[in-house]
Write a protein that binds this ligand. Structure first.
Ligand SMILES: [Zn+2]
Ligand SMILES: [Zn+2]
Length: 256
């Protein structure tokens, strides 16, 4: 499995980092996780061929995770893509996704490729090939804290995911709401953790890791004004070999 950190930034627009997005490639399938504002330019700057992407998965619809989708599909259309594209969004957002594309004057029936929107549900595994798949679980990132009444209750959804192939599993938090969300996949004992660093503090993450079976940790969703590089530089040698600050274009190859 190859993990490419396409973007590693937080929700804040920054010049040195695109918003956080991952490209996970197994032998036969490449999955793009999240398509925030600027995703097309992020992929272009890394010279990633858009035809490499087989599926797209949206963890939640905050603009730094979703709002680049219309532009990305437009680029694929202009590049005369013919390969099918599967787009996974939570089942309560399927109508929204259809309407969003329609309002962007993007009509999948005019594409040269099959574009299929698939609604996912928490706790239901998605298999992309015989070994490669993900399991989405609901985290506490999106709650109705302002008690907004116009939005249906079941639309307050945000996913963390377990990424699996035959040998390895990776817990990708995407955006979370509290430190408790770090334990969502404990029953699967993932060795790798890709963790956001905006909604939980750096030191909370370090504390969590002290009693964790996780072996390698990659920090994403970074706001460089938060001083995270400085905090990381003060860690012990041992922790520096376990916890890594990611950058756009970084690749890792998780192994057993
Ligand atoms: Zn975010
Ligand atoms: Zn978010």
């Amino acid at each position: 499995m190859e993990v490419t950190f396409v973007g590693t930034g937080s929700g804040k627009t920054q010049l040195k980092r695109f918003h956080t997005s991952l490209l996970i490639s197994s032998k036969n399938h490449s999955l793009l996780i999240d398509t925030g504002d600027g995703i097309s330019k992020a992929l272009l700057s890394l010279e990633i061929d858009l035809n490499k992407i087989d599926s797209i998965f949206i963890t939640h619809t905050h603009s730094d995770h979703f709002s680049g989708i219309a532009s990305l599909l437009t680029q694929m259309k202009m590049a005369e893509r013919t390969k099918p594209l599967y787009f996974y969004i939570h089942s309560s957002f399927v109508n929204f996704a259809n309407n969003f594309l329609f309002s962007s004057f993007l009509f999948p029936e005019t594409f040269n490729f099959l574009f299929k929107i698939i609604g996912y549900n928490f706790g239901q595994k998605i298999l992309f090939d015989e070994n490669f798949g993900i399991l989405p679980l609901q985290n506490t990132h999106i709650t109705n804290k302002h008690n907004v009444k116009l939005i249906p209750k079941n639309n307050f959804v945000s996913a963390s995911i377990l990424i699996m192939d035959a040998e390895i599993s990776i817990h990708y938090t995407s955006d979370i709401g509290s430190i408790a969300d770090l334990s969502l996949f404990n029953e699967f004992f993932p060795k790798y953790l890709i963790v956001e660093s905006t909604h939980v503090s750096f030191y909370h993450i370090i504390n969590y890791l002290e009693n964790s079976f996780v072996e390698k940790v990659y920090l994403v969703h970074i706001n460089d004004n938060d001083g995270i590089v400085d905090k990381h530089s003060k860690l012990s040698y041992k922790l520096k070999n376990k916890i890594f600050i990611t950058y756009d274009g970084m690749k890792v190859y998780p192994t057993i």
